[in-house]
Write a new protein. Structure first.
Length: 300
């Protein structure tokens, strides 16, 4: 009889442990079911996924907030952004708070806080144009089409994820393509005045005496932002890349860029590089972007 009772107790504890484990949702980035895979031009299509938040109801709602948040070494690096999201309460899937912070130009990272248990999950959902979510839905849209500018120059992937008991799973995705018309990859007259090039935050010199004094830079970067351009794909064929005097640009950038203490940890996203045949050369004492059809430019 004692043996039977002992067995029953062990069985109950085991089932209870399983039930507890199943409530601990650990969001993961797992592509399991791509229901949409289409190319779209953002000028013509504003919703390539055709999904409704109301169709993805959360399975659980917040009963009582956790006594404290369970900080990890990684999450502490973003404690301010996460704490602010927690203070505002549930904003996703019934019992969660999603926190967002910048990680460079056109780059956002996120964390998911279970307000019921206090657990923090660092989401591997780096976005370019933010994410969209609701407190009463388990659906997340990364790079929602409504946020993407019509005149963007690079492909953007809009992706939908849904949170369930197995984690955060990929549900659908589509490619938002650039406009078909490509601008001429040269500096416009409005950008260059004499030997200076106009940037977003000021101007730099384009004068030179030899090729190694010139470099190609993105004139549209906001250099007052932390890690400007850190998560962009470098494509020298695009019109925003212009030739400038490298020392003049370096001095200017250092004079207005925020310091490392202000910016904190560098973003994890790697910088992409598209090989092209464009180079910065010194022509008639001015740095100019030229196309070398014989060779493709290789990064150092």
């Amino acid at each position: 009889m004692k043996l039977l009772i002992t067995f029953v107790v062990i069985l109950v504890l085991a089932l209870g442990g399983i039930a507890y484990y199943n409530t601990q949702i650990a969001p993961r980035n797992i592509p399991i079911n791509t229901i949409t895979d289409t190319n779209a031009n953002v000028a013509e299509l504003r919703d390539c996924l055709n999904l409704k938040f109301s169709d993805f109801k959360p399975t659980e709602n917040l009963i009582s907030p956790a006594a404290e948040i369970k900080w990890t070494a990684e999450s502490k690096e973003f404690k301010t952004a996460i704490s602010e999201a927690v203070a505002k309460g549930v904003n996703f899937s019934g019992q969660y708070a999603i926190a967002e912070w910048g990680c460079g130009t056109a780059c956002q990272e996120h964390a998911l806080v279970n307000l019921q248990t206090g657990d923090i999950t660092m989401l591997e959902l780096t976005s370019t144009y933010g994410i969209k979510f609701q407190s009463d839905s388990s659906l997340i849209i990364v790079n929602p089409t409504a946020n993407i500018p019509v005149d963007k120059k690079q492909k953007v992937v809009t992706t939908a994820y849904v949170l369930d008991q197995s984690g955060l799973n990929k549900l659908a995705a589509c490619d938002i393509m650039p406009l078909a018309e490509q601008a001429d990859p040269t500096v416009s007259k409005d950008d260059q005045t004499g030997d200076t090039i106009t940037l977003k935050n000021g101007s730099v010199s384009a004068s030179c005496s030899q090729d190694n004094e010139c470099t190609l830079i993105n004139k549209n970067l906001d250099l007052t932002q932390c890690f400007a351009g850190a998560c962009l794909i470098i494509d020298f064929s695009l019109p925003e890349y212009v030739a400038v005097n490298s020392q003049s640009y370096t001095d200017f950038r250092q004079s207005i860029a925020p310091n490392k203490e202000t910016c904190g940890v560098e973003p994890k996203c790697p910088t992409g590089f598209k090989l092209t045949a464009f180079l910065a050369r010194c022509v008639d004492s001015l740095c100019q972007k030229t196309e070398d059809t014989a060779n493709s430019y290789q990064p150092n």
